[in-house]
Design a protein around this ligand. Structure first.
Ligand code: ZN
Length: 154
């Protein structure tokens, strides 16, 4: 994947704050030295949204999250920037999962304008908690034996 930063361009201030954060994060990665290679796939039962070791994003999973960035909870743009930032941390900064994933969560928080924390997780599901000005939303993400994850709002 090669993302090239544009010269000049449109008026960023017309975008929502969420959109501006997405642009800022993506531009930062695009301006950095080196290439981040990410596989883009669809409906893989061995990839739940993103897989650190396989360096793969499952777009079918990403689409299960909120399209609207102002809606509290996991968002499509938030998940994408998480995976981009995480692979940047792995492939360019040579970080292990812990630090790379933490930078992915920070990027996700920046785009969502909320704070993600982790709830219960086991072999079948994981719960992510999003806290913002509008309160708290829990996403229970069911992934066992599913090509496409199921996101339950709780
Ligand atoms: Zn991660």
């Amino acid at each position: 994947m090669v993302i090239l930063p544009a010269e000049g361009g449109g008026n960023l201030s017309e975008m929502s704050l969420h959109g501006q954060e997405f642009h800022r994060e993506l531009t930062e990665i695009a301006h950095s030295e080196g290439n981040v290679k990410i596989n883009i796939d669809y409906a893989r039962s061995d990839v739940h949204t993103g897989n650190f070791d396989k360096e793969t994003i499952d777009v079918a999973d990403v689409l299960q999250f909120n399209k609207k960035l102002s809606e509290l909870g996991g968002t499509q743009a938030g998940k994408l920037i998480h995976e981009f930032r995480e692979q940047y941390g792995k492939q360019i900064l040579r970080g292990h999962f812990r630090s790379a994933h933490a930078s992915g969560i920070q990027a996700e928080n920046n785009v969502n304008l909320s704070i993600r924390s982790e709830g219960r997780s086991d072999r079948t599901s994981a719960t992510q908690i999003f806290t913002g000005p509008g309160g708290t939303v829990k996403n229970k993400i069911i992934f066992q034996n599913r090509p496409v994850i199921k996101v339950l709002k709780q």
